[in-house]
Design a binder for this molecule. Structure first.
Ligand code: NAX
Length: 327
Protein backbone atom coordinates (compact mmCIF):
# COMPACT_ATOMS: atom_id res chain seq x y z
CA UNK A 1 0.00 0.00 0.00
CA UNK A 2 1.04 3.60 -0.60
CA UNK A 3 2.02 5.94 2.19
CA UNK A 4 -0.76 8.28 3.29
CA UNK A 5 -1.05 11.87 2.18
CA UNK A 6 -1.99 14.43 4.84
CA UNK A 7 -4.56 16.94 3.61
CA UNK A 8 -5.44 20.03 5.66
CA UNK A 9 -8.74 21.76 4.95
CA UNK A 10 -9.46 25.12 6.58
CA UNK A 11 -13.02 26.39 6.90
CA UNK A 12 -13.99 22.73 7.22
CA UNK A 13 -17.41 23.52 8.73
CA UNK A 14 -18.37 25.83 5.87
CA UNK A 15 -20.43 24.99 2.82
CA UNK A 16 -17.49 24.37 0.48
CA UNK A 17 -15.89 22.25 3.20
CA UNK A 18 -18.99 20.09 3.36
CA UNK A 19 -18.96 19.53 -0.39
CA UNK A 20 -15.20 18.95 -0.48
CA UNK A 21 -14.31 16.64 2.39
CA UNK A 22 -16.29 13.60 1.28
CA UNK A 23 -14.75 13.71 -2.16
CA UNK A 24 -11.24 13.95 -0.72
CA UNK A 25 -11.89 11.04 1.64
CA UNK A 26 -13.40 8.91 -1.12
CA UNK A 27 -10.22 9.05 -3.21
CA UNK A 28 -10.97 11.73 -5.78
CA UNK A 29 -8.22 14.17 -4.80
CA UNK A 30 -5.10 12.17 -5.63
CA UNK A 31 -6.11 8.74 -6.90
CA UNK A 32 -8.08 5.72 -5.81
CA UNK A 33 -5.14 4.07 -3.99
CA UNK A 34 -3.54 6.69 -1.76
CA UNK A 35 -4.70 6.72 1.89
CA UNK A 36 -5.70 10.13 3.21
CA UNK A 37 -5.21 11.67 6.65
CA UNK A 38 -7.51 14.66 7.14
CA UNK A 39 -6.72 17.68 9.31
CA UNK A 40 -9.70 20.03 9.68
CA UNK A 41 -9.04 23.57 10.86
CA UNK A 42 -11.83 25.80 12.11
CA UNK A 43 -12.31 28.80 14.35
CA UNK A 44 -13.25 27.82 17.94
CA UNK A 45 -16.98 28.42 17.58
CA UNK A 46 -17.19 26.18 14.51
CA UNK A 47 -15.09 23.30 15.87
CA UNK A 48 -18.14 21.39 17.10
CA UNK A 49 -19.77 21.66 13.68
CA UNK A 50 -16.55 20.40 12.05
CA UNK A 51 -16.54 17.51 14.52
CA UNK A 52 -20.04 16.66 13.31
CA UNK A 53 -18.75 16.54 9.74
CA UNK A 54 -15.87 14.35 10.93
CA UNK A 55 -18.41 11.95 12.48
CA UNK A 56 -20.19 11.70 9.13
CA UNK A 57 -16.89 11.11 7.35
CA UNK A 58 -16.20 8.27 9.78
CA UNK A 59 -19.67 6.88 9.10
CA UNK A 60 -18.93 6.66 5.38
CA UNK A 61 -16.35 3.97 6.21
CA UNK A 62 -14.17 5.15 3.34
CA UNK A 63 -11.40 2.58 2.89
CA UNK A 64 -8.83 5.30 2.09
CA UNK A 65 -9.56 7.55 5.05
CA UNK A 66 -6.98 6.55 7.63
CA UNK A 67 -7.29 9.39 10.14
CA UNK A 68 -9.23 12.61 10.92
CA UNK A 69 -8.34 15.35 13.39
CA UNK A 70 -10.31 18.53 14.06
CA UNK A 71 -8.58 21.51 15.63
CA UNK A 72 -8.64 25.29 16.02
CA UNK A 73 -4.84 25.38 16.26
CA UNK A 74 -3.12 26.16 12.95
CA UNK A 75 0.19 24.64 14.12
CA UNK A 76 -1.51 21.29 14.71
CA UNK A 77 -3.56 21.51 11.52
CA UNK A 78 -0.55 22.06 9.24
CA UNK A 79 1.92 19.80 11.06
CA UNK A 80 3.25 17.37 8.45
CA UNK A 81 0.71 18.44 5.85
CA UNK A 82 1.30 17.58 2.20
CA UNK A 83 -1.68 19.41 0.74
CA UNK A 84 -3.18 22.52 2.33
CA UNK A 85 -6.56 23.64 1.00
CA UNK A 86 -7.22 27.09 2.44
CA UNK A 87 -10.97 27.51 2.17
CA UNK A 88 -11.84 29.45 5.34
CA UNK A 89 -11.71 33.20 4.87
CA UNK A 90 -13.32 36.39 6.10
CA UNK A 91 -16.22 37.33 3.82
CA UNK A 92 -16.93 40.95 2.96
CA UNK A 93 -19.62 42.33 5.24
CA UNK A 94 -21.77 45.34 4.43
CA UNK A 95 -19.91 48.62 4.33
CA UNK A 96 -16.50 46.91 4.39
CA UNK A 97 -13.86 48.56 2.20
CA UNK A 98 -11.45 46.50 0.13
CA UNK A 99 -8.59 47.47 2.47
CA UNK A 100 -10.55 46.28 5.53
CA UNK A 101 -11.26 42.99 3.78
CA UNK A 102 -7.60 42.47 2.91
CA UNK A 103 -6.57 43.32 6.46
CA UNK A 104 -9.10 40.91 8.01
CA UNK A 105 -7.87 38.15 5.72
CA UNK A 106 -4.29 38.99 6.55
CA UNK A 107 -5.19 38.08 10.12
CA UNK A 108 -6.11 34.60 8.88
CA UNK A 109 -3.57 33.85 6.16
CA UNK A 110 -0.46 35.28 7.86
CA UNK A 111 -0.57 32.85 10.83
CA UNK A 112 -1.46 30.01 8.47
CA UNK A 113 1.60 30.81 6.33
CA UNK A 114 3.73 30.82 9.48
CA UNK A 115 2.30 27.47 10.57
CA UNK A 116 2.96 25.98 7.11
CA UNK A 117 6.52 27.29 7.25
CA UNK A 118 7.04 25.83 10.72
CA UNK A 119 5.62 22.37 10.29
CA UNK A 120 4.37 21.33 6.85
CA UNK A 121 5.95 18.43 4.96
CA UNK A 122 8.84 19.36 2.65
CA UNK A 123 6.68 18.68 -0.43
CA UNK A 124 3.73 20.80 0.77
CA UNK A 125 1.42 22.23 -1.89
CA UNK A 126 -0.95 25.06 -0.99
CA UNK A 127 -4.19 26.09 -2.67
CA UNK A 128 -6.01 29.26 -1.57
CA UNK A 129 -9.74 29.09 -2.28
CA UNK A 130 -10.96 31.67 0.25
CA UNK A 131 -11.36 35.13 -1.22
CA UNK A 132 -9.65 37.32 -2.24
CA UNK A 133 -7.92 34.08 -3.26
CA UNK A 134 -4.93 35.43 -5.20
CA UNK A 135 -3.90 37.92 -2.55
CA UNK A 136 -4.62 35.49 0.30
CA UNK A 137 -2.24 33.05 -1.43
CA UNK A 138 0.33 35.85 -1.68
CA UNK A 139 0.03 36.68 2.04
CA UNK A 140 0.40 32.99 2.96
CA UNK A 141 3.46 32.62 0.72
CA UNK A 142 5.10 35.74 2.17
CA UNK A 143 5.00 34.16 5.62
CA UNK A 144 6.44 30.83 4.56
CA UNK A 145 9.88 31.86 3.30
CA UNK A 146 11.35 28.36 3.66
CA UNK A 147 8.82 26.83 1.26
CA UNK A 148 9.47 27.34 -2.48
CA UNK A 149 7.17 30.13 -3.74
CA UNK A 150 5.88 27.93 -6.59
CA UNK A 151 4.03 25.78 -4.03
CA UNK A 152 1.51 28.55 -3.37
CA UNK A 153 -1.43 28.78 -5.73
CA UNK A 154 -4.87 30.36 -5.95
CA UNK A 155 -7.99 28.80 -7.40
CA UNK A 156 -9.25 29.98 -10.78
CA UNK A 157 -10.25 26.48 -11.86
CA UNK A 158 -13.92 27.20 -11.14
CA UNK A 159 -13.74 30.13 -13.57
CA UNK A 160 -11.98 27.84 -16.05
CA UNK A 161 -14.68 25.18 -15.72
CA UNK A 162 -17.43 27.79 -16.04
CA UNK A 163 -15.82 29.07 -19.23
CA UNK A 164 -15.53 25.54 -20.65
CA UNK A 165 -19.21 24.93 -19.94
CA UNK A 166 -20.34 28.21 -21.54
CA UNK A 167 -18.28 27.64 -24.68
CA UNK A 168 -19.42 24.02 -24.98
CA UNK A 169 -23.06 25.10 -24.72
CA UNK A 170 -22.58 27.82 -27.33
CA UNK A 171 -20.99 25.42 -29.83
CA UNK A 172 -23.17 22.44 -28.97
CA UNK A 173 -20.16 20.26 -28.19
CA UNK A 174 -18.99 18.32 -25.16
CA UNK A 175 -16.60 20.09 -22.78
CA UNK A 176 -14.24 17.19 -23.46
CA UNK A 177 -13.72 18.50 -27.02
CA UNK A 178 -12.38 21.87 -25.84
CA UNK A 179 -8.68 22.31 -25.21
CA UNK A 180 -6.39 25.19 -24.23
CA UNK A 181 -8.89 27.63 -22.81
CA UNK A 182 -7.40 29.98 -20.21
CA UNK A 183 -8.31 32.32 -17.37
CA UNK A 184 -5.91 35.23 -16.85
CA UNK A 185 -5.49 37.54 -13.87
CA UNK A 186 -7.46 37.81 -10.67
CA UNK A 187 -10.26 35.56 -9.39
CA UNK A 188 -12.66 38.51 -9.47
CA UNK A 189 -14.95 40.30 -11.88
CA UNK A 190 -11.89 41.56 -13.80
CA UNK A 191 -10.69 38.05 -14.71
CA UNK A 192 -10.20 37.40 -18.42
CA UNK A 193 -11.45 34.12 -19.89
CA UNK A 194 -9.51 33.69 -23.15
CA UNK A 195 -10.65 31.48 -26.04
CA UNK A 196 -8.27 32.85 -28.68
CA UNK A 197 -5.85 29.95 -28.17
CA UNK A 198 -8.54 27.38 -27.51
CA UNK A 199 -9.39 24.68 -29.98
CA UNK A 200 -12.54 22.70 -30.48
CA UNK A 201 -12.30 19.60 -32.60
CA UNK A 202 -8.93 20.79 -33.93
CA UNK A 203 -10.21 24.22 -35.01
CA UNK A 204 -9.72 27.57 -33.32
CA UNK A 205 -12.57 28.29 -30.92
CA UNK A 206 -12.68 32.07 -31.39
CA UNK A 207 -13.18 31.62 -35.14
CA UNK A 208 -16.29 29.53 -34.51
CA UNK A 209 -18.19 32.23 -32.60
CA UNK A 210 -19.08 35.87 -33.25
CA UNK A 211 -16.64 38.39 -31.78
CA UNK A 212 -19.60 40.24 -30.19
CA UNK A 213 -20.55 37.07 -28.35
CA UNK A 214 -17.08 36.86 -26.79
CA UNK A 215 -17.16 40.47 -25.60
CA UNK A 216 -20.83 40.96 -24.66
CA UNK A 217 -21.91 37.51 -23.59
CA UNK A 218 -19.15 35.00 -22.87
CA UNK A 219 -16.77 37.18 -20.82
CA UNK A 220 -19.45 38.82 -18.63
CA UNK A 221 -21.33 35.53 -18.13
CA UNK A 222 -18.20 33.77 -16.88
CA UNK A 223 -16.97 36.63 -14.72
CA UNK A 224 -20.39 37.26 -13.16
CA UNK A 225 -21.35 33.63 -12.75
CA UNK A 226 -20.63 33.67 -9.00
CA UNK A 227 -23.14 36.50 -8.52
CA UNK A 228 -25.72 34.73 -10.71
CA UNK A 229 -25.41 31.59 -8.55
CA UNK A 230 -25.96 33.64 -5.37
CA UNK A 231 -29.00 35.26 -6.96
CA UNK A 232 -30.53 31.91 -7.93
CA UNK A 233 -29.48 29.72 -4.99
CA UNK A 234 -29.52 32.25 -2.19
CA UNK A 235 -26.02 31.04 -1.33
CA UNK A 236 -22.65 31.16 -3.05
CA UNK A 237 -21.22 28.37 -5.20
CA UNK A 238 -20.27 25.45 -3.01
CA UNK A 239 -20.27 22.06 -4.77
CA UNK A 240 -18.89 23.55 -8.00
CA UNK A 241 -16.19 25.34 -5.99
CA UNK A 242 -15.33 22.12 -4.15
CA UNK A 243 -15.23 20.30 -7.49
CA UNK A 244 -12.81 22.89 -8.89
CA UNK A 245 -10.59 22.60 -5.81
CA UNK A 246 -10.44 18.83 -6.36
CA UNK A 247 -9.61 19.40 -10.04
CA UNK A 248 -6.87 21.90 -9.17
CA UNK A 249 -5.04 19.54 -6.80
CA UNK A 250 -5.69 16.43 -8.90
CA UNK A 251 -4.17 18.09 -11.96
CA UNK A 252 -1.23 19.49 -9.95
CA UNK A 253 -0.35 16.00 -8.72
CA UNK A 254 -1.28 13.94 -11.79
CA UNK A 255 -0.49 16.35 -14.65
CA UNK A 256 -2.26 17.84 -17.67
CA UNK A 257 -2.91 15.90 -20.86
CA UNK A 258 -0.41 16.24 -23.69
CA UNK A 259 -1.38 19.20 -25.87
CA UNK A 260 -3.75 20.67 -23.30
CA UNK A 261 -3.47 23.06 -20.39
CA UNK A 262 -5.59 24.42 -17.56
CA UNK A 263 -5.78 27.59 -15.47
CA UNK A 264 -4.39 28.31 -12.01
CA UNK A 265 -3.23 31.28 -10.00
CA UNK A 266 0.53 30.81 -9.73
CA UNK A 267 3.49 33.01 -8.83
CA UNK A 268 4.42 35.11 -11.85
CA UNK A 269 7.94 34.84 -13.23
CA UNK A 270 7.32 38.05 -15.22
CA UNK A 271 5.76 36.21 -18.18
CA UNK A 272 3.31 38.19 -20.33
CA UNK A 273 4.17 41.42 -18.51
CA UNK A 274 2.67 40.22 -15.23
CA UNK A 275 4.92 41.64 -12.47
CA UNK A 276 7.17 39.01 -10.95
CA UNK A 277 5.92 37.66 -7.63
CA UNK A 278 2.21 38.39 -8.13
CA UNK A 279 -0.06 35.38 -7.87
CA UNK A 280 -2.01 35.65 -11.11
CA UNK A 281 -3.98 33.19 -13.16
CA UNK A 282 -2.25 31.93 -16.30
CA UNK A 283 -2.63 29.08 -18.72
CA UNK A 284 -0.57 26.37 -17.04
CA UNK A 285 0.57 22.83 -17.66
CA UNK A 286 1.33 20.41 -14.86
CA UNK A 287 4.16 17.90 -15.07
CA UNK A 288 6.13 16.04 -12.39
CA UNK A 289 4.06 17.70 -9.68
CA UNK A 290 4.73 21.26 -10.85
CA UNK A 291 2.53 23.87 -12.44
CA UNK A 292 4.31 25.76 -15.22
CA UNK A 293 3.16 28.85 -17.11
CA UNK A 294 2.59 28.18 -20.81
CA UNK A 295 5.12 30.28 -22.70
CA UNK A 296 5.19 32.06 -26.03
CA UNK A 297 1.50 32.72 -26.71
CA UNK A 298 0.65 35.66 -28.97
CA UNK A 299 -1.51 38.13 -27.11
CA UNK A 300 -3.58 40.43 -29.33
CA UNK A 301 -4.75 43.94 -28.36
CA UNK A 302 -8.18 42.74 -27.18
CA UNK A 303 -6.64 40.21 -24.79
CA UNK A 304 -3.80 42.54 -23.75
CA UNK A 305 -6.18 45.21 -22.51
CA UNK A 306 -8.15 42.72 -20.41
CA UNK A 307 -5.13 40.94 -18.95
CA UNK A 308 -3.58 44.29 -18.04
CA UNK A 309 -6.76 45.48 -16.28
CA UNK A 310 -6.98 42.38 -14.12
CA UNK A 311 -3.25 42.42 -13.34
CA UNK A 312 -3.57 46.09 -12.41
CA UNK A 313 -6.18 45.10 -9.82
CA UNK A 314 -3.84 42.42 -8.44
CA UNK A 315 -1.02 44.98 -8.24
CA UNK A 316 -3.28 47.31 -6.26
CA UNK A 317 -4.25 44.50 -3.88
CA UNK A 318 -0.57 43.70 -3.35
CA UNK A 319 0.24 47.38 -2.75
CA UNK A 320 -2.53 47.53 -0.14
CA UNK A 321 -1.31 44.46 1.75
CA UNK A 322 2.25 45.84 1.53
CA UNK A 323 1.12 49.07 3.17
CA UNK A 324 -0.56 46.97 5.86
CA UNK A 325 2.73 45.15 6.43
CA UNK A 326 1.18 41.80 5.41
CA UNK A 327 3.67 40.91 2.68
P1 NAX B 1 -18.63 29.56 4.55
O1 NAX B 1 -18.83 30.87 5.22
O2 NAX B 1 -19.74 28.60 4.41
O3 NAX B 1 -17.43 28.79 5.31
C1 NAX B 1 -16.25 29.41 5.67
C2 NAX B 1 -15.74 28.70 6.90
O4 NAX B 1 -14.43 29.20 7.19
C3 NAX B 1 -16.59 28.96 8.15
O5 NAX B 1 -16.98 27.71 8.71
C4 NAX B 1 -15.66 29.73 9.07
O6 NAX B 1 -15.86 29.42 10.44
C5 NAX B 1 -14.30 29.25 8.59
N1 NAX B 1 -13.18 30.11 8.96
C6 NAX B 1 -13.15 31.45 9.07
N2 NAX B 1 -11.94 31.86 9.48
C7 NAX B 1 -11.19 30.76 9.66
C8 NAX B 1 -9.87 30.54 10.10
N3 NAX B 1 -9.09 31.54 10.50
N4 NAX B 1 -9.41 29.27 10.16
C9 NAX B 1 -10.21 28.24 9.81
N5 NAX B 1 -11.48 28.38 9.39
C10 NAX B 1 -11.96 29.63 9.32
O7 NAX B 1 -17.97 29.91 3.14
P2 NAX B 1 -17.85 28.98 1.84
O8 NAX B 1 -19.06 29.15 1.02
O9 NAX B 1 -17.43 27.62 2.24
O10 NAX B 1 -16.67 29.73 1.06
C11 NAX B 1 -15.36 29.76 1.55
C12 NAX B 1 -14.51 30.75 0.77
O11 NAX B 1 -14.39 30.37 -0.59
C13 NAX B 1 -15.07 32.17 0.76
O12 NAX B 1 -14.00 33.08 1.01
C14 NAX B 1 -15.54 32.34 -0.66
O13 NAX B 1 -15.55 33.69 -1.07
C15 NAX B 1 -14.53 31.52 -1.40
N6 NAX B 1 -14.86 31.10 -2.77
C16 NAX B 1 -13.87 31.06 -3.68
C17 NAX B 1 -14.06 30.64 -4.98
C18 NAX B 1 -12.94 30.60 -5.97
O14 NAX B 1 -13.23 30.29 -7.12
N7 NAX B 1 -11.69 30.88 -5.64
C19 NAX B 1 -15.42 30.25 -5.44
C20 NAX B 1 -16.33 29.88 -4.33
C21 NAX B 1 -16.23 30.73 -3.10
O15 NAX B 1 -16.95 31.92 -3.32
Amino acid sequence: TRSPVTVTVTGAAGQIGYALLFRIASGQLIDAETPIKLRLLEIPKAVTAAEGTAMELTDCAFPLLSDIEVTDDARKAFDGTNIAMLVGARPRSQGMERGDLLEANGGIFKPQGEAINAGAASDVRVLAVGNPANTNALITQAHAPDVPAERFTAMTRLDHNRALAQLAAKLGVSVAEIRRLAIWGNHSATQYPDIFHADVGGENAAEQVEQDWIRDDFIPTVSKRGAAIIEARGASSAASAANAAIDHVHTWVNGTDEGDWTSAGVVSDGSYGVPEGLISSFPVTARDGRYEIVQGLDIDAFSRERIDASVQELTEERDTVRRLGLV
